[in-house]
Design a binder for this molecule. Structure first.
Ligand code: NAP
Length: 512
């Protein structure tokens, strides 16, 4: 095939061509907490999927660190089972056989100096045997209270040192702190050991295709951006609803709650991407700078009592099954005030958004599992139709469906056929599954590959994390001092207080 004429460079050979698959260079990944839930369900399968897609280097190495008294073979078996059960792509023996060459297990606890020395020796051995070039990422898939000790052990045993052209990176799971003070404290510990460009904080929502598509939708098209502002937008609703309860995660969830678990990270990130200005480039710094401007301009309503709601699920029915309430769950104190539902109203004090409310809500045991961003537009300033003709007409909306039915819906009014004039809402839908033959990688596939490539675009920086806690802290403090969470029946869409909160503004929640 001849090169593309005219422009000179063949885009297919251009190293900056972002359509080309990106393949990680020589490297390895150490997973702390490798026996945990996240590692088994997401991380190990994502590593296999990357290998299966040919995106890992031939000598890629995977080191598991955990307390169990395992041999390398036991570890390989655990990875094998996790991959078979949870990976996205089909199991291929030849890919597995190659991956297994670089698999090692190091037994120990996080305070065990000898275990970290064994880890150091293992990495040295892999550098020689597998050609990993000293390049290792350390994934902290561990209880948040263990983040500092693991980081300090990495420093103490020289594992964070980047010598002679090699790199070392730290990947830190959420939650990044419990409030602003603890996030600052954790940032201090992390940055005593790692430079900012060595730290990758996971917000797995940012690894989702649909979330990256917010940027494409807004900045690659002309039809949305001119109306994406206070002159046309009435309000924005960002929802992350789960139909499940806390499962066996009482120890993690109680005392944290929905707002800290979901709003502080996922929902504020979605809000920042929806509201931000066009970045100067799609580099990590430019993107973060625009998101930080939005988070820094967020204003909390004066009356937190009437503009925030927290709830707790009570017994009810879900998917045809009777389910128990939060306070009856195993391991939960019967007096717990932890929120399993949270809804808040925020504004962004800048020229584009002044006066436009952003309603954020999340909850467990709601009507169905769905995450979406709905940008709801104002009604037409004047209607030439009789009021009866538009009785059934709602507000125009652009809805970004993040999961599970990934796509975008545009809702607008249309004439009902056969009537002289009646206008009702209709939808135009884009669904990933119908428009593209390529299937979407799992968020963790994308994020682990980005870590190995040193691409920090999709990882929140220190400032974003701290700005997000600054937004949430006053709300949590208000809730601590005032009453208890409202109860809502499992399987419904949350407490009536949340409906009343929007009704006071003359609006209502979407029922996705
Ligand atoms: N699970 C999820 O879906 C999810 C989602 C988002 C974020 N996260 C975050 O990801 C991290 C891991 O979550 P997870 O659900 O996988 O937790 P988990 O199931 O409780 O696993 C924790 C892991 O840490 C190990 N561990 C704990 N204390 C240790 C110690 N002192 N020394 C050595 N190993 C120790 C455990 O080893 P043993 O098996 O030997 O006890 C286990 O492998 C957490 O920060 C969590 O907030 C999880």
């Amino acid at each position: 095939m001849s090169p593309v004429s005219g422009s000179g460079a063949n885009p297919l050979r251009d190293p900056a061509d972002r359509r080309l698959p990106r393949i990680a260079g020589p490297s390895g990944l150490v997973i702390f907490g490798v026996t945990g839930d996240l590692s088994r369900k997401k991380l190990m399968p994502a590593v296999y999927d990357l290998a299966n897609r040919g995106l890992l280097p031939p000598g890629f190495s995977l080191v598991g660190f955990a307390r169990r008294d395992w041999e390398h073979e036991d570890f390989a078996e655990v990875v094998h089972d996790a991959v078979k059960e949870h990976s996205r792509t089909p199991f291929r023996e030849e890919v597995w056989q190659q991956l297994i060459q670089g698999m090692r297990f190091v037994q120990g606890t996080f305070d065990d100096d000898e275990a970290f020395e064994r880890l150091r020796a293992t990495i040295g051995e892999l550098d020689k045997a597998q050609g990993t070039g000293g390049n290792f990422a350390f994934y902290l898939s561990v209880p948040p209270r263990s983040f500092p000790v693991v980081i300090q052990q990495l420093k103490k045993h020289g594992l964070a040192d980047q010598s002679s052209g090699s790199w070392r990176r730290a990947v830190i799971e959420k939650p990044f702190g419990h409030d602003l003070a603890s996030a600052e404290e954790l940032n201090k510990v992390v940055h005593e050991v790692f430079e900012p460009d060595q730290v990758f904080r996971i917000d797995h929502y940012l690894g989702k295709e649909t979330v990256q598509n917010i940027l494409a939708l807004r900045f690659a098209n002309t039809m949305f951006e001119p109306i994406w502002n206070r002159s046309f937008v009435d309000h924005v609703q960002i929802t992350m609803a789960e139909d499940i309860g806390i499962g066996g995660r009482a120890g993690y969830y109680d005392g944290i709650g929905a707002a800290r678990d979901v709003i502080q990270n996922h929902l504020l990130q979605l809000m920042a991407l929806t509201a931000m200005e066009e970045p100067a480039s799609f580099g990590a710094d430019a993107l973060a700078a625009e998101k930080e401007k939005v988070l820094g301009a967020v204003r909390l309503p004066k009356d937190l009592g009437s503009s925030t709601v927290r709830g707790q699920y009570a017994a009810g029915w879900q998917g045809g099954e009777k389910v128990i309430g939060y306070l009856e769950e195993d391991g939960i104190d019967a007096k717990s005030k932890t929120d399993t539902y949270a809804a808040i109203k925020l504004e962004v004090d800048n020229r584009r958004w002044a006066g436009v409310p952003f309603y954020l809500r999340t909850g467990k045991r709601l009507g169905r599992r769905v995450t979406e961003i709905a940008v709801v537009f104002q009604r037409a300033p004047h209607s030439p139709f009789d009021t009866t003709a538009t009785e059934e007409l709602g507000q125009n909306a652009v809805v970004i469906r993040v999961q599970p039915d990934e796509g975008v819906t545009v809702r607008f009014g249309s004439k009902v056929p056969g009537t002289s004039m009646e206008i009702r809402d209709v939808s135009m839908d884009f669904a990933y599954g119908e428009s593209f033959t390529e299937s979407s990688p799992e968020a963790y596939e994308r994020l682990i590959l980005d870590v190995l490539l040193g691409d920090a675009n999709l990882f929140p920086r220190t400032e974003e994390v701290e700005l997000s806690w600054k937004i949430l802290d006053p709300i949590e403090q208000y809730w601590d001092k005032h009453g208890r969470p409202a109860q809502y029946k499992s399987g419904t869409w949350g407490p009536v207080e949340a409906d009343e909160m929007l009704a006071r503004d003359g609006r209502s929640w979407r029922r996705p």
